[in-house]
Design a protein around this ligand. Sequence first.
Ligand code: SF4
Length: 274
Amino acid sequence: MAPSRRPGSGPAASAPESLLALKRRARRINKALAEKYPYAHAELDFRNPFELVVATVLSAQTTDVLVNQVTRILFARYPDARAMSEADPNELEAILQPTGFFRAKTKNVMALSTRLVDEYDGVVPGRLEDLVTLPGVGRKTANVVLGNAFGIPGITVDTHFGRLARRFGWTTSEDPVQIEFDVAGLFEPKDWTMLSHRVVFHGRRACHSRKPACGACPVANWCPSYGLGETDPAKAAKLLKYELAPGNELLLDRLLAETHRAAEIRMESQRRLP
Ligand code: SF4
């Protein structure tokens, strides 16, 4: 639904915001995003923590859609860490080629699989401090895996999350770790993982880097950056992408189905935790 917000009527036009007011506004944004994107979820397909850690490593500099196409082939051929660690590098490179930077990704995927086999009996560890020691796995990937495969709260700061957190006034930083800490201070840990999905969903669909669709934005009332993009509701609606784009309503059913599957996978992984 188009927002009732008028330019300059929100926090940007007010006196400096107290921490309490900032927290309240941040939580209203999260609530509005939850209502808009009840189907927000990890957009990478996975059936277990190993598949998610590999898919996340492969997602660097490419789209989740492309990674999902590649991992279908990849995990049919190499279903676990042991099989991946013993892969033929040339064959693996050929499979990973569409994702770009495939030589480096092949090395990382093989090295992290070998380390999982050597150090963790082939099982992905469920602690941040262990995950970040795996080749190719940084804090962002580790938080994706913890939040989505283990149900352990984590804020995932990618380019969309950082941009929106700054536009929302939740942080002024460009540094992913600082952004993570700034935003973590505004929300309960239980909300971190889903908040990350919702913010990234919103960044991909509406609050674009160059042309944010302010006139069709569900959080316009609480966003100090309202007016940065198109404010005319009809013109803004044309900027929306994916299932929100005009004519794409049927995609919603598919997203709802995948959300249920993602929750099942999370619960299954949690049951396996010691
Ligand atoms: S689209 Fe506009 S109003 Fe909505 S979050 Fe982005 S900058 Fe704020």
